[in-house]
Write a protein that binds this ligand. Structure first.
Ligand code: AP5
Length: 188
């Protein structure tokens, strides 16, 4: 199954994606992790990525398209993938469709982890990653609401969206995720 995990910053996408990847034996593709890796290099592009992430802005659709297309072309993606943090713009959603089309694949489900904004801020403030400062958290949320949230409506219209409440015990949320994915598998 090709799964997209969707949700605001701090919704638990990474946490749940790791568990799904283990359970279903499919690779976890986190664009945030890939960009943090790319930002470690010493080059003008790496510095640009680092600065963009530090501000809580989005890295360009073009660069993401290149990174994701290359990753999805690898042999470990044959039996499905779990995408975490991509797509985040309508442009990226369309790019992804094109990338998958070329590979003869499609998105099976978009799983939205729903968490209220106060809880997102609470979790990120507790974590302390480089982009978890209060100003950057506020900007990440703003960018999410203005640019990323509309992608949900896009997938809703395509009939691909499923929602899981993401507040509470991590294992209990994972149980709901598995139930949702099992239902999807039975229907498809
Ligand atoms: P990215 O790394 O994707 O960050 P994000 O979407 O802001 O999400 P987080 O990683 O902060 O949160 P998460 O939902 O994965 O939650 P997690 O499991 O970590 O992106 C970072 C930056 O990269 C972007 O701002 C952008 O600049 C750039 N970027 C990435 N993708 C891009 C793209 N496609 N296009 C353009 N730019 C892109 O959990 C968060 C915390 O909560 C953890 O401490 C965790 O332990 C805790 N937690 C998890 N679940 C629970 C729970 N149920 N209860 C309590 N605590 C919990």
């Amino acid at each position: 199954m090709n799964i997209i995990l969707f949700g605001g910053p701090g919704a638990g996408k990474g946490t749940q994606a790791l568990k799904i990847a283990q359970e279903y034996k499919i690779p976890h593709i986190s664009t945030g992790d890939m960009l943090r890796g790319a930002a470690q290099e010493t080059s003008p592009l790496a510095q640009k990525i680092k600065d963009t992430m530090q501000r809580g802005e989005l890295v360009s659709d073009e660069l993401l398209r290149e990174i994701v297309a290359e990753r999805l072309n690898k042999s470990d993606c044959t039996h499905g993938v779990i995408l975490d943090g991509y797509p985040r713009t309508l442009g990226q959603a369309k790019d992804l469709e094109e990338i998958l089309n070329k590979l003869g694949k499609k998105i099976d489900t978009v799983l939205y982890i729903a968490v209220p904004e106060e809880e997102l801020v609470r979790r990120l403030s507790l974590r302390g990653r480089a982009d978890d400062t209060l100003d950057t958290i506020k900007n990440r949320l703003k960018v999410y609401m203005s640019t990323t949230r509309p992608v949900l409506d896009y997938y809703q219209e395509k009939g691909l969206l499923q929602t899981v409440e993401g507040v509470g015990d991590i294992e209990a949320i994972f149980k709901k995720v598995k139930e949702t994915l099992a239902g999807k598998k039975l229907r498809s």
